[in-house]
Ligand binder design. Structure first.
Ligand code: FAD
Length: 307
C-alpha cells in the first residue's frame, strides 16, 4: 500500500507529492490529466518568483519536479470512489482498479461553469477569460464584459473597473444577486454599465480574437451587439467532487470542508486546492495547500501507523 496517495495532479497534487516524497514515504499520484487547469491557461504572471510563463510550460515543470522524486504517477486514470473505514483507505478507479493507502490527499480541483454560447470555446484565451485576478491586467485600457451578477461577477466587475477602460456587466435575472454592499460599490463606479434581464447569445470575434458580445433584452426582446475586447465569464466554479458524495463532508457548494491542516471529516483523508473550501482559487494557493496537506498527512502517519 501507499503511505500517501494523492488524487489529482494539478498544482495542489504536485506540491503534495513533492512534500510527501521528500519525507521518504511511499507516495503515489493518480490523475485524470496531470497538470490540471494549468494546461488550459495561457499566460501565468502571478506565481511569485516566476515573472511570466505559459500554462503548458508550467505544467511540464510541475511534472518534472514531481518525477525528480520517487513518486508513482498514474496518469490518465479517473478515480470514481473513495472507501474509508477499514485499515487502509481505498481509491477505486474507473478502469476497475483499487489503490490502497494509509492516507489520502484529495486534490481534484474545479472547473469554471461555461455560458455555452457560440464563440465561448473558440475564443477561450483569446478574449474569453474566467479569472480576473489572472487575466485582468491583460485587458488594461480595453473594454470588457462580465457575464454574471452574483458575488463573483460583481466582485470581478469592481476589480476590472480599476484596470480596464470600461466594464459592461450582464445578468440574466431581473436583478443582481450579489451582497448589497458590493452592488452599491459597483453602481458608484463611473466606467461600469449594468444590464439585467440580459441573455448573452453569442461571443463574437474576428476569427482570432473577441470583438464583441450579442445579447437579448429579455423584457423587450431586442437583440444588441456591443463591441468590446474581453469577456469574463463569472457564473460559478464547480468543484470536482461528484465522485465523493456521501463520503467526506462537503459544503453546500460541493467543496470539501478542510481544517487548517487540510484534514477532512475522515481521519487520514486530507484535501487541498480548488476542490476545498479554501477562499481564492489560485495556483500559488493550491500549491501551498498541497504542501500543507502533505505535512498534515505525514503528521497523521507518524501518530497512527506502526513503521
Ligand atoms: P486543478 O488544477 O483543477 O487540478 C485537478 C487535478 O485533478 C487534475 O490533474 C485533474 O485531471 C484531476 N482530477 C479531477 N477529477 C479527478 C478524478 N475523479 N480522478 C482523478 N483525477 C482527477 N491561477 C493563477 O494563480 N494564475 C493564473 O494566471 C491562472 N489562470 C487561469 C486560467 C484559466 C483558463 C483557468 C481555468 C484557471 C486559471 N487559474 C490561474 C486558476 C488555477 O489554474 C487553479 O487555481 C489551480 O490550477 C488549482 O489547482 P488544483 O491542483 O487545486 O486543481
Amino acid at each position: 500500500p501507499f503511505d500517501v496517495l494523492i488524487v489529482g495532479g494539478g498544482p495542489a497534487g504536485a506540491a503534495a507529492a513533492v512534500y510527501a516524497a521528500r519525507k521518504g514515504i511511499r507516495t503515489g499520484v493518480v490523475a485524470e490529466r496531470f497538470g490540471g487547469q494549468v494546461l488550459d491557461t495561457l499566460a501565468i504572471e502571478n506565481f511569485v518568483s516566476v515573472l511570466a510563463t505559459e500554462g503548458p510550460q508550467f505544467a511540464a515543470a510541475l511534472e518534472q519536479h514531481t518525477k525528480h522524486y520517487d513518486v508513482d504517477i498514474m496518469n490518465l486514470q479517473r478515480a470514481d470512489k473513495l472507501v474509508a473505514g477499514g485499515d487502509l483507505i481505498e481509491v477505486h478507479t474507473e478502469g476497475g482498479g483499487v489503490l490502497k493507502s494509509k492516507s489520502v490527499i484529495l486534490s481534484t480541483g474545479a472547473r469554471w461553469r461555461e455560458v455555452n454560447v457560440p464563440g465561448e470555446k473558440q475564443y477561450r484565451n483569446a478574449g474569453v477569460a474566467y479569472c480576473p485576478h489572472c487575466d485582468g491586467p491583460l485587458f488594461k485600457g480595453k473594454k470588457v464584459a462580465v457575464i454574471g451578477g452574483g458575488n463573483s461577477g460583481v466582485e470581478a466587475a469592481i476589480d476590472l473597473a480599476g484596470i480596464v477602460e470600461h466594464v459592461t456587466l450582464f445578468e440574466f435575472a431581473d436583478q443582481l444577486r450579489a451582497d448589497a454592499v458590493l452592488v452599491k460599490k459597483l453602481r458608484s463606479l463611473p466606467n461600469v454599465v449594468i444590464h439585467t434581464n440580459a441573455q448573452t447569445t453569442e461571443i463574437t470575434g474576428d476569427g482570432s480574437k473577441v470583438n464583441g458580445i450579442t445579447w437579448t433584452d429579455r423584457v423587450s426582446g431586442t437583440s444588441t451587439q456591443t463591441a468590446l475586447e474581453g469577456v469574463f465569464v463569472q457564473i460559478g466554479l464547480v468543484p470536482n467532487t461528484e465522485w465523493l458524495k456521501g463520503t467526506v463532508e462537503l459544503s453546500r457548494h460541493g467543496e470539501i470542508v478542510v481544517d487548517a491542516k487540510g484534514a477532512t471529516s475522515i481521519p487520514g483523508v486530507f484535501a487541498a486546492g480548488d476542490v476545498t473550501t479554501v477562499p481564492y482559487k489560485q495556483i500559488i494557493i493550491a500549491a501551498g495547500d498541497g504542501a500543507k496537506a502533505a505535512l498534515g498527512a505525514f503528521d497523521h502517519l507518524i501518530r497512527t501507523s506502526v513503521p
